[in-house]
Design a protein around this ligand. Sequence first.
Ligand code: NAG
Ligand code: NAG
Ligand code: NAG
Length: 444
Amino acid sequence: MWRLSASILLFSCLVLSSSSFGDSEVTCSGIVPLRYRNDKISITDFGGVGDGRTVNTKAFRAAMYRIQHLKRRGGTLLYIPPGVYLTESFNLTSHMTLYLARGAVIKAVQDTWNWPLIDHLPSYGRGRELPGGRYMSLIHGDGLRDVVITGQNGTIDGQGEVWWNLWRSRTLKYTRPNLIEFKNSKEIIISNVIFQNSPFWNIHPVYCSEVVIHHVTILAPQDSPNTDGIDPDSSVNVCIEDSYISTGDDLVAIKSGWDQYGIAYGRPSSNITIRRITGSSPFAGIAIGSETSGGIKNIVAEHITLSNMGVGVNIKTNIGRGGYIKNIRISNVYVDTAKYGIKIAGDTGDHPDANYNPNALPVVEGIHIKNVWGVNVRKAGSIQGLKGSPFTGICLSEINLHGSLNMYRTWKCADVIGTSMKVSPWPCSELRTSGGSNVCSSAF
Ligand SMILES: *[C@@H]1O[C@H](CO)[C@@H](O)[C@H](O)[C@H]1NC(C)=O
Ligand SMILES: *[C@@H]1O[C@H](CO)[C@@H](O)[C@H](O)[C@H]1NC(C)=O
Ligand SMILES: *[C@@H]1O[C@H](CO)[C@@H](O)[C@H](O)[C@H]1NC(C)=O
C-alpha cells in the first residue's frame, strides 16, 4: 500500500513539473545533440548515379565502409544530391548523417527474390508475419550510435506495391521488410525526410534508446497492408513530434514483443513521448500494443489531430501476452470522423504460435485520457478488460465524442475499474463518475 501511494505521488510530481512549461514550447529536438559533421562526402564520390535506373547498392555500401573505417573525428555526413537513387537494402554505420537534399530520392529496388534475410527478433521468436527469419529493412542499423537521417525533405521510397501484392495473394515467404529499422542502437535522430510506400512498418526502432523523430512525413495508401508509421518496440527514451502520418495501418504503435518470446526477453518500452502528430488511417492514430509482453510504461501522447480514422486511440493486448501497460497519459486529441473514438481491448486474439501460456494475463493499470474531442464518431468507446485481470485506474476526463448516429453512441465496458469526469456520451457504470477530487484529475 505504501509503495502504491508513493509511486502515485512520484507520478503526480513528474506530471506537475512537466506541465509547468507552455505546451506549444515543449519539444525534444535537443535531447540527442545534432552534431556538426566536418567530414562530408557525397554518394556520387562512390559512383552513385541518380538516374532512377542505375542500382546504387555498391555505392551505398562503399560509402558506409569508408565512414566506418576512416572514423573521422565528429563523424561523417553522406550527402545524397537531387536525383533518384535506386538501391537494394544497406546497413548504416555509427557516427554518421545521411543527408537527403531537396529532390533526392532513395528508392528500393522491387527485387523480392534476392532481398537479404536476417534473423528474427528474440522478443518475437519468429518473423512478425511468418515463421522463420525476416527480410532486412531497406535501411538498416544494428548496434549503432550517433546516427542522423535528415536533410531538406528528400524521400525514402520503399516501392512497397510488390510486397503488398505478395501479402494479398498469400505468396509471401517471410516477413516483409521495414523501410527503416534500428536495432540495439542509441542516439538516433530522424527529421525532415519523407517516407513513402514502405513494404511493411515504416520506422522501427527496436531495443533502442534516445531516439528522436520529428518533422517527418510518412505516406502510404489507405489500403496498403501493415504500413504502420512509427513503431517504437522495446525501446526507451523515444520522442516523436511535429509529423504528418497517413498510412494503411496504425500511425504510431508502441510495442514490446509478444507472448512467450516477449515475456522471456523482457524488454519494456518506456518513457515515450508523442506530440503534435497529424494524420489519417483506417486503423489507429495512437496505438499501444497489441505486442506488450515486455511491458509498456510511462507514455505521453498529446496534441494529436486525426481525420478519417478507424480508431482514435487504441490500447490493445492479449491473453497469453503477460507484460503490462502502465502510466499512459493521452491528452488533447481531436478526431474528425472515426469508427471508434477510444478502444481499450484485453483480448485481441493474435498469437505467434499455439504455445502461449493462457494464464499469462497482461496487467493494464493507470490509463488517463483527457480532453478528447470527436465529431462524426460512430461508436464512442469500448473498454474490455479481462476477467482474471481487470483493468484498473482507467480514468477518462473531458471527453466529447459526437456521432452522427445516436444508436451507437453508448460505451461498452467490462472488467474495468476507474473514474470518469465530464465524459459525453456517459461512458459506463464501471467507471464511477467523479466530481474531480481523485487521483486521476490531480495527475493532470
Ligand atoms: C547488414 O547487417 C545485417 C544485420 O546486422 C547483417 O546480417 C548483414 O550481413 C549486413 N549486411 C552487409 C552488406 O553488411
Ligand atoms: C519538411 O517538411 C515538414 C513537414 O511538412 C516541414 O515542417 C519542414 O519545415 C520541412 N523541412 C524542410 C527543411 O523543408
Ligand atoms: C525520458 O526521455 C526523454 C527523451 O524523450 C529524456 O530527455 C528524459 O531524460 C527521459 N527520462 C528518463 C527518466 O529517463
